[in-house]
Design a protein around this ligand. Structure first.
Ligand code: NAD
Length: 492
């Protein structure tokens, strides 16, 4: 570690969510001599982080939190996370804390990461949509009120280009003349692989102004990461480039999915197989093989909002063609979901009335319990309008209360038929028994898919694996995976 580490004693994260919690935990884990405190105004979230039952599901997260939060005295059995500490740190004191007392901790901080929500302001409109920075600005105001001079503010949330100026303005109003440095440090972790992504990041991006003070601040931030990330993977660029890079990264990833989904539609009409096409083109190193999987489309709290933000930015810069280009990525995503539901209806002879439709998977991707902007939720909404007898949902990680609350809200808003019962089940067996169709909507490992060829698909139904208990879905049930080239048949 460089000399800059010595100056950093207290790091605070504002926002104990999917980004703030895991990122703070990994920074604390690799910097045992720095105190890392995560503050959040939500008492439930903080209580969760202080308990055994963390508020978010991420493989490996608990191991890291346990070591940094509870300390390690050498008596736990070795596991993967602890094994890494074995050589360098035989014992350690707790250095990761969670609190709702934002002011006290921010007042003591040397570096504050802002990791609060930055949702879409006016979702649902046809045009791009501005980012709602109200929570971000409010967090910045809280910091400005109590922070000590020389504070380094780090934008961890995904924000529109030139947001650092917004933070500077907040400080100018609330603490005129106080020295503060604003850095951009977007987070590239993906839910479901957050710990792996944080421990072995493809790169750490730091955006800083071109001033000597900003250079010192960015070195101090870099040295936090340098405890485990090779210096060659820590990239420093200008502030605006860094802010924009995060929006562009998400937009490009989503764009690959939408592109392949347009190809899937061509495949269905020509007899080509979209999985074969993806494999074939993915061998070209200029393209690479990842993010080429056709399927239901992208979900999650980030892709759509970040594309809409990019599109809005383009509009505000008087670049309507650019805005339209990025909006079409979202348009294709919505179209693909509607296409899938049409296919379901077609496979069930044109009507869902009186039928039970089972959904395996509700999270927006595997290995997370996050349901925000899940494509499965979109499928439910479309199915509901067709008045099936029952929509039966099973997901191995999503909490029943979360799904129920989301669907209740949707039913009230859209005035949907009471003829359809929507039930969340605790096991795949009850959800699928007696169903006319089983739709596999999240690629959880335990929902294996039928093999590729038509004959093989008929011969072997998917076999959900429920904690070692495997069973076959009934022969009379149609299985319709939401992924790959297995949709089969042409969609009208
Ligand atoms: P989240 O909703 O899980 O967490 C945000 C937390 O901030 C909430 O717990 C909320 O209570 C808290 N909060 C809001 N305002 C606050 C305030 N003024 N003071 C204290 N706490 C406050 O959100 P998230 O998924 O962690 O996303 C956070 C940011 O990171 C967003 O900008 C998002 O775009 C970005 N991001 C998310 C991901 C992801 O995979 N989820 C990945 C990269 C970047």
């Amino acid at each position: 570690p460089s000399d800059f580490t010595a100056e950093t004693r207290n790091v605070v994260f504002v926002g104990a969510g999917y980004v703030g919690g895991p990122t703070a935990a990994v920074i604390a884990y690799f910097n045992p001599h720095i105190t890392v405190t995560v503050v959040d105004k939500s008492e439930d979230r903080i209580a969760g982080w202080q308990s055994k039952h963390l508020p978010i599901h991420e493989p490996g997260l608990y191991d890291v939190v346990r070591v940094a939060r509870d300390g390690w005295d050498g008596v736990h059995p070795w596991d993967s996370a602890e094994a890494q500490l074995k050589d360098s740190t035989p014992t350690r004191l707790p250095n990761l804390f969670f609190s709702t007392d934002c002011d006290t901790h921010i007042a003591a901080a040397d570096i504050v990461f802002l990791a609060v929500n930055t949702p879409t302001k006016n979702a649902g409109v046809g045009a791009g949509a501005a980012t709602d920075l109200s929570m971000f600005e409010s967090a910045a105001r809280s910091v400005a009120m109590v922070a000590k001079p020389g504070i380094i503010i780090v934008e961890k949330s995904t924000v529109p280009c030139r947001t650092a100026d917004v933070i500077r303005d907040v400080f100018r109003s609330y603490r005129p003349g106080m020295p503060v440095e604003v850095l951009s440090n977007p987070e590239f972790l993906a839910e479901g692989t957050a710990i792996k992504d944080l421990m072995q990041p493809s790169r750490i991006l730091i955006g800083a102004a071109q001033t000597p003070a900003a250079h010192v601040a960015s070195e101090r931030l870099a040295s936090l990461y340098a405890s485990w990330v090779p210096r060659s993977s820590i990239l420093t660029v200008g502030l605006w480039s860094s802010e924009l890079s995060k929006l562009v990264a998400n937009a490009m990833l989503a764009q690959r999915i939408s592109s392949m989904n347009t190809v899937s539609a061509i495949c269905e009409k020509t007899g080509a197989d979209v999985d074969d096409v993806a494999f074939a083109i993915g061998q070209d190193p200029r393209l690479g093989s990842r993010f080429l999987k056709a399927g239901l489309g992208f979900g999650g709290s980030c892709f759509k909002k970040d594309i809409l933000s990019l599109s809005y930015l383009a509009e505000s810069l008087d670049l309507p063609e650019v805005a339209a280009y990025w909006r079409s990525v979202v348009g294709i995503n919505e179209w693909q979901c509607r296409r899938y539901v049409k296919l379901v209806i077609k496979k069930l002879n044109g009507s869902l009335r009186g039928k039970k439709i089972a959904l395996l998977g509700y999270a927006f991707k595997k290995d997370t319990a996050d349901t925000r902007e899940s494509q499965a939720a979109e499928v439910v909404k479309h199915l509901w309008g067709e008045e099936p007898r029952e929509i039966a949902i099973f997901d191995p990680q999503c909490r029943k209360e979360d799904i129920d609350a989301e669907l209740r809200g949707f039913a009230q808003k859209s005035n949907l038929s009471e003829r359809t019962a929507v039930n969340v089940y605790a096991d795949a067996y009850s959800a699928t028994s007696d169903a006319a169709a089983v739709l596999i909507l999240t690629e959880w490992d335990q929902f294996s898919y039928p093999p590729k060829s038509e004959e093989a698909a008929r011969a072997s139904k998917p076999v959900p694996d429920m904690g070692g208990l495997r069973y076959e879905i009934s022969e009379s049930t149609t299985t319709i995976p939401g992924f790959g080239g297995q949709w089969g048949g042409e969609v009208a």
